[in-house]
Write a protein that binds this ligand. Structure first.
Ligand SMILES: [Zn+2]
Length: 189
């Protein structure tokens, strides 16, 4: 498959044309910081709000805008589905025990791609395309609310996260923009 880049030339998909455009944006970003009225200094690494967000990677879910977050405010961890994997637990453990966050927001959304595949189906698709079957679970799911509840329970039960942590789960509607909390039941003692 080919696509036409910003300069009008045809390239194989996966070229760096979009990356190049973003690099220009990054140059402008640094230039604006250099010319800002405030002296240049990095904000503290500890998130100002004490919040870590675990969200799906869906491109329609703009976590910073949705939650009103600015640079330095929160940790935002993302993967396909916003799934509570061991690696997400690893990052949350660092977030809490090294960088002082005390609240977790779990963020799933309507029209999630992980509801359009099955574990077996996607593994077969990968095998057909690449010749390899992944050793890792795909973590497809069929019901958003059930998955949010299960994920919240998994976070609350993790021995690596602080027992006092606030863990709340939400579903974002990609059409209406409404964020709705899922009643995940009583906190696990
Ligand atoms: Zn998703």
């Amino acid at each position: 498959m080919t696509m036409v880049d910003a300069r009008g030339s045809s390239r194989v998909t996966g070229s760096h044309s979009a990356t190049d455009a973003m690099l220009q944006c990054a140059e402008n970003f640094a230039a604006a910081r250099r010319t800002g009225s405030e002296p240049i200094r990095a904000r503290p690494a500890r998130p100002a709000t004490g919040v870590a967000v675990l969200a799906c990677m869906d491109a329609r879910l703009d976590v910073n805008t949705l939650l009103g977050l600015d640079e330095g405010d929160a940790h935002i961890l993302r993967n396909a589905g916003g799934v509570v994997t061991d690696d997400m637990i690893r990052s949350l453990a660092v977030s809490q025990h090294q960088l002082g966050t005390t609240e977790i927001i779990l963020l799933h959304h309507t029209q999630c791609g992980m509801m359009t595949v099955t574990d077996d189906g996607f593994r077969e698709q990968l095998f057909e395309r690449t010749g390899f079957r992944p050793p890792w679970p795909v973590h497809a799911f069929g019901d958003l609310e059930v998955d949010v509840r299960t994920s919240v329970a998994r976070l609350r039960a993790s021995p690596f996260l602080a027992a006092s942590t606030s863990v709340r789960g939400f579903i974002y509607d990609v059409v209406s923009g409404v964020l709705r909390e899922v009643d995940a039941g009583a906190e696990v003692a």
